[in-house]
Design a protein. Structure first.
Ligand SMILES: NC(=O)c1ccc[n+]([C@@H]2O[C@H](COP(=O)([O-])OP(=O)(O)OC[C@H]3O[C@@H](n4cnc5c(N)ncnc54)[C@H](OP(=O)(O)O)[C@@H]3O)[C@@H](O)[C@H]2O)c1
Length: 232
């Protein structure tokens, strides 16, 4: 698997960057997707063998183009889907366009990407397909209906895809962190007041490492991470 490539979708985020750096440390060439070219380049500078592709995962044609180029670039051993949007609104005050965008990124694009990469992952098996979930994949929170629903959907996607490919040696895993001192987590009250007590992006990367390096006879199908100290 060391010769196989890893794809990180959302490699422009702090969590995606930590995941890419960790996968590169395992000796894997990494392909980095996202929309922010500068931040993707900053991630690439930390990885010895990195390819950057500016991809909007909600653009079906762009996704197809990028996936085709990816499969032409050699065996695909790992895919990590980090891309995600957050929203904070009471259901009766939510903007339907914001909810649609959130579902497009958090769930529809994750599912569409799955259809593109599952063939290459099967061809390169043993291999790993990992989705970054959230505490909201397992529990409801107020002001968060679309996010909660999208992450519950992602949990269902991961669980069902695992059943489809488990006998063909593709691990499928959902890694669900609580508050991380990165991205949206830094805008929370705890993230503003006590970021050092939240999870770090590198902690999420460690969970990805656990899945990827776990013996091929087993699959950590769900990992839930929480800050040791209650952030609320
Ligand atoms: N931070 C937390 O506390 C926390 C906790 C649990 C789970 N998570 C999950 O971790 C992931 C990263 O979250 P974050 O808080 O670190 O947020 P973030 O910094 O805002 O990162 C979001 C990522 O999603 C990518 N993305 C968004 N829309 C995209 C699109 N249309 N096409 C391609 N890429 C797109 C962004 O890339 P571009 O900007 O380059 O488009 C960026 O890399 C999310 O799935 C989130 O649900 C975060």
């Amino acid at each position: 698997m060391v010769d196989a490539r890893a794809l990180v979708v959302g490699a422009s985020s702090d969590i995606g960057r930590a995941v890419a750096v960790m996968l590169a440390s395992l000796g894997m060439p990494v392909t980095l997707w996202g929309r922010d070219r500068d931040r993707l380049r900053q991630t690439a500078e930390l990885c010895p063998d990195a390819t950057v592709d500016v991809v909007d995962v909600t653009d079906a044609a762009d996704l197809q183009r990028a996936a085709t180029e990816l499969s032409a670039s050699g065996p695909l051993g790992v895919v990590v889907y980090v891309a995600g949007l957050f929203d904070w609104a009471l259901a009766d005050q939510a903007d339907p366009a914001v909810w649609k965008r959130l579902f497009d990124v958090n769930l529809t694009a994750a599912a569409t990407l799955t259809t593109h990469v599952i063939g290459p992952l099967l061809a390169a098996a043993p291999s790993s397909l990992i989705y970054i979930g959230s505490g909201a994949a397992h529990q409801a929170f107020p002001y968060n209906a679309a996010y909660v629903a999208s992450k519950h959907g992602l949990a269902g996607l991961a669980e069902a895809v695992f059943l489809d490919v488990r006998d063909r040696d593709v691990k499928v895993s959902l890694i669900s962190p609580g508050l991380v001192a990165a991205g949206g987590g830094l805008t929370s009250p705890a993230g503003q007041q006590r970021p050092q007590e939240l999870l770090a992006a590198e902690d999420v990367a460690e969970a990805v490492r656990f899945v990827v390096t776990f013996p091929a006879r087993g699959c950590p199908t769900q990992i839930r991470l929480q800050p040791q100290r209650n952030p609320v």
